[in-house]
Design a protein around this ligand. Sequence first.
Ligand code: BGC
Length: 765
Amino acid sequence: MKHTILLTMSAAAMVACGPKGDPQLGHASIDKVVAAMTLEEKAHLVIGTGMAGTDGEAPVVGATRNLVPGAAGTTYPIPRLGIPSIVLADGPAGLRINPTREGDSNTYYCTHFPIGTLLASTWDQELVESVGDAIGEEVLEYGADVLLAPALNIHRNPLCGRNFEYYSEDPVVSGKIAAAYVRGVQKNNVGTSIKHFALNNQETNRMGNDARVSPRAIREIYLKGFEIAVKESQPWTVMSSYNYLNGVYTSESKELQTTILRDDWGFEGMVMTDWFGGKDAVAQMYAGNDMLQPGRAGQFEDIVEGVKSGRLAEADLDRNVRRVLELIVKSPRFKGYEYSNKPDLKAHAAVTRQSATEGMVLLENNGALPFSPEIKNVALFGNTSYDFIAGGTGSGNVNRAYTVSLLEGLGNVGYNVDESLKTFYEKYIEVETAKVNPKSDDPMAHFFPKNRPAEYVPEAKALAGTVNKNDVAIITIGRNSGEFLDRKLADFSLSKEETRLIESVCEAFHAAGKKVVVVLNIGGVIETASWKHLPDAVLCAWQAGQEGGNSVADVLKGNACPSGKLTMTFPVAYGDHASSRNFPIDLEFGMFGKTMNEKKESVRNVDYTEYEEGIYVGYRWFDKENISVSYPFGYGLSYTSFVYDEPSVKHTGKKTEVTVKVTNTGNFAGKEVVQLYVSAPKGAMDKPLKELKAFAKTRELKPGESEVVTLSVADADLSSFDESKGAWVTDAGEYAFHIGASSRDIKSTVRAEVKGSVTKVNELL
Ligand code: BGC
């Protein structure tokens, strides 16, 4: 259903010359268009058109803001050359635009899909591609041109406030999932922006923090995912990050934005800053950070002045202008696409409901799940059960029409939910939420997570009545976080009320021989070791998008078999992570940090963060130190069981191919995630015990069915970055290929001889 919205700029682009004989984009060559531009026009084109609320600073005031209200930014239009403005909009869990418009009775809601962490936990590239495809359709049909997603910074530490948008502690998972997402979105002929390039691993003082990192860790851990995404999916754009890297703003680093991204990896698109990122517009232009968003008047002046004074070569500016134009000519708006404003929201609700079930991770299950057919009446505890969290806050949020709570989801699949608990909780949440969220005039307030009221701990006597009336209890534990702030240590642990709630409900229900299930509606890792033995099952549902309650109910009932696995480690204690020694724990410096408050001395973990752990992030660290974990990387249970057999390996040409037969030996149809870890032969370099190099998910296997899974690893991907040689080095020798159901559940190991190689790269960073 495409309806007619005429785009005047694209009509202009159809004719060879404008009224005054000016070359027109799309008709004349890009070189001709660039040659016809004034210096001022070029400077305008490489910066955005400003942002609502920052008009005083904006180069054009509001002129393009109404193209798609609520979009994060637009590019600068130059009508005389047939250059339209195109629209850039967030974000990772779905398109973020305003849902309503003044004087317009139509609505513009978008689908809130599952958060990035959940998508990655599916380990299913095809599925993520199909979710990306659905998101891309909304981008196209709502008239946006570039989606500011996916976000793939590494989960360096569990407390990073934006981990929910990101994928994993492992670069291969991050890169492969991001590539799938990009392919899916871009199938719709709209663009993506992989972000935040790079090393934006904390929110505290994110615009002033200097990430101090070794070249090896930069290349192997923090850039690897971006490299994979660029090479496997060619995103239309890349978004540079806010932070410094070893003393240089990433958006001002030519090494990062040109030498590595373009020269080494072959990136062909355009680079834009994160919103208001970096300080020196001329340095950014020189670095190859082609466009500055959302655009400030001062940047315009600096660029014009830079060219006039010779500080910025006009050829460098022209190169960036050309890349912006190359992006514009690919855009639907330039091509005159007649968007409908009517994406298929109904179909997408089904996509998010189903895909979310595939990324939920069953952490514990002593037979409580799926619910047996005798289970009819459910006692639902925990504020979050009634106020389900679809996703995180900030630019990763989506303006959706609704969020299905667990209460509604259970009802939708036919369970009776205890009415008196429901009545109690609805009142309690209303009153207590207001108490912990006093009215605020801060215009940014909607950007931050709401304070969540403490859990109510029922008295034993009241519980006894509830136990009698119900067949099972469910407790939901909720967490929310978002942009600008890192999570607090207290957010990692359960509160004393949460612990007591779990303890008392378990005690009362178990005394009557009834089971208790804990659902985690969280965006990042929490502490589980101290309480996970209490309930009968624990389902990590993540933040599962707007259909979250339905998706969880599908899993609890057994309409869907959980097949997600963790893309990060759940440690026993927060401090077990090596990075915890160098992370802003409970520091109140927020977005701007102290640097912006004219502080004299530098503050550790605020102004700078030493990545002392080097490459030992996540399981690489826990394995090296042999530290017990609550749940290892790659872990996840199923309603069925799988046997791995007939492993084989063959080395051909320049890659190793490992196959294994996976058979469903249980009674439930399900899918299995198979992981391939590699241990290198002893060589000169210190290496992790093993590293993930490939993974795959089987199709749904019925009981008794098998699938032969093939995993392949190129020799070049076995290399480590040798700082002393400035080269990627694959040592010659025998490599061990471990086929695992998780990083700590290796089913078999096969070995192959690999020839060595050394690939020199530019000395950088
Ligand atoms: C975020 C980006 C986002 C941009 C535009 C920034 O604050 O860091 O991820 O795309 O805003 O909304």
